[in-house]
Design a protein around this ligand. Structure first.
Ligand code: BDP
Length: 356
């Protein structure tokens, strides 16, 4: 009996070995089909990838440009190469942010990193969070942007039906005037032609100070507009004033710190229809993940640019508290006009400011 059992076992072993040795695929139906050992494994299906464009007005190396590249890097890595982003810096694709925003709406462009100022033409509520002299400092501004008000504003860009998606904010510090002549009082502003962003509230701001706002000049063209005497100056943060070379044309930086206008990374609702819901979620997350990166780069650049322009001979004019209060008091009509309907938001922002 034992012998018979051993013989049976041997026969079975030989049989099963021969099945594996000849690579038979004829496995019993109930067993999972094994891949044929002799056949080459099928090549993986090629990854379908899509290339999207991002427009940026700043030069390579500027904090927002660095963040754009970081965003592109993260998206490509996290989508396993399904979504690639080409970054066009220096305004080479669109010299004016209004142009890039229109391209997003048409679906001709997928992303642009812009200032919040021109976005207010499409989502007017944005002006309520960038009213002049609204913030005490950077920490106050970021408490608002990171908090319920700022996050709702970002979501409202998509909800507004503008065809735009607000992906994240970047730091842009604080804007002040820079001019070809010294300004010590509001009266000194009279008659000056100042380049402003394409935003009516920003134009109204200088009108309220007795100056004339000039729009339609892209940030890369401010320097030549000053040297050609089309304008007497402009207004911006330290890094733009330095990086664009404008400090060589307008030697007076009037440190009034009128606005804190965040940068926004925008997406196009139409262009992003080409990516899957899964990849869109990854894109949105990657944008958020670059915020801190940009803020770190910003903090370094802001200090460095201020140092450079001071060393190169910019005259920095600090206004007295009385004069600054005078600048601020002229903004009351803007709060009435652009704050209409957003009174509660403005009040909340001011209340948050009590902590700073
Ligand atoms: C800079 C912003 C840039 C704007 C520019 C401007 O970074 O996005 O285009 O101001 O004034 O601070 O147009």
């Amino acid at each position: 009996m034992k012998k018979l059992f051993v013989a049976l076992l041997m026969v079975l072993t030989v049989l099963s070995l021969s099945v594996f040795a000849n690579g038979s695929t004829e496995a019993p139906a109930a067993q999972p089909a094994a891949a044929p050992a002799a056949t080459k494994p099928a090549a993986p299906a090629p990854v379908k990838s899509i290339t999207l464009k991002l427009s940026e007005v700043h030069a390579e190396g500027y904090p927002t440009s660095l963040a754009d590249h970081e965003f592109a890097r993260l998206v490509e890595a996290k989508t396993n190469g399904r979504v690639k982003i080409e970054v066009y810096t220096g305004g080479t694709l669109y010299a004016q942010e209004t142009g890039s925003i229109e391209a997003l709406q048409a679906g001709d462009l997928a992303f642009c990193r812009v200032s919040a100022s021109p976005v207010a033409s499409y989502v007017p509520a944005i002006n309520a969070i960038q009213l002049p002299y609204l913030y005490k400092n950077s920490a106050h501004e970021w408490a608002v942007l990171d908090g319920a008000i700022g996050q709702k504003m970002l979501a409202d860009i998509e909800a507004s039906g503008s065809g735009l998606m607000g992906l994240c904010y970047y730091d842009s510090g604080c804007r002040s005037f820079y001019l070809t002549k010294a300004v010590h009082t509001v009266a000194d502003m009279k008659g000056l032609k100042i380049r402003m962003q394409n935003n009516q509230m920003m134009v109204d701001m200088v009108t309220a100070l007795g100056a004339t706002g000039v729009t339609g000049i892209g940030p890369n063209d401010v320097y030549s507009a000053i040297t050609q005497k089309v304008i007497d100056g402009a207004e911006n943060n330290w890094p733009t004033y330095q990086n664009m070379g404008d400090y060589e044309a307008a030697k007076f930086y009037i440190l009034d710190g009128h606005t804190r206008v965040p940068e926004i990374l925008l997406g196009s609702v139409a262009a992003l229809k080409k990516v899957s819901a899964e990849d869109l979620a990854i894109i949105k997350q990657c944008a958020k993940d670059t915020e801190e990166f940009e803020k770190t780069k910003w903090a370094e650049k802001e200090k460095q640019s201020e140092k450079i322009v001071r060393e190169k001979g910019t005259t920095v004019i600090e206004l007295t508290p009385e004069v600054l209060a005078d600048f601020q008091s002229r903004m009351a009509p803007l709060y009435t006009k652009y704050g209409k309907g957003y009174e509660d938001i403005i009040k909340q922002i001011q209340d948050i400011g009590k902590k700073y």
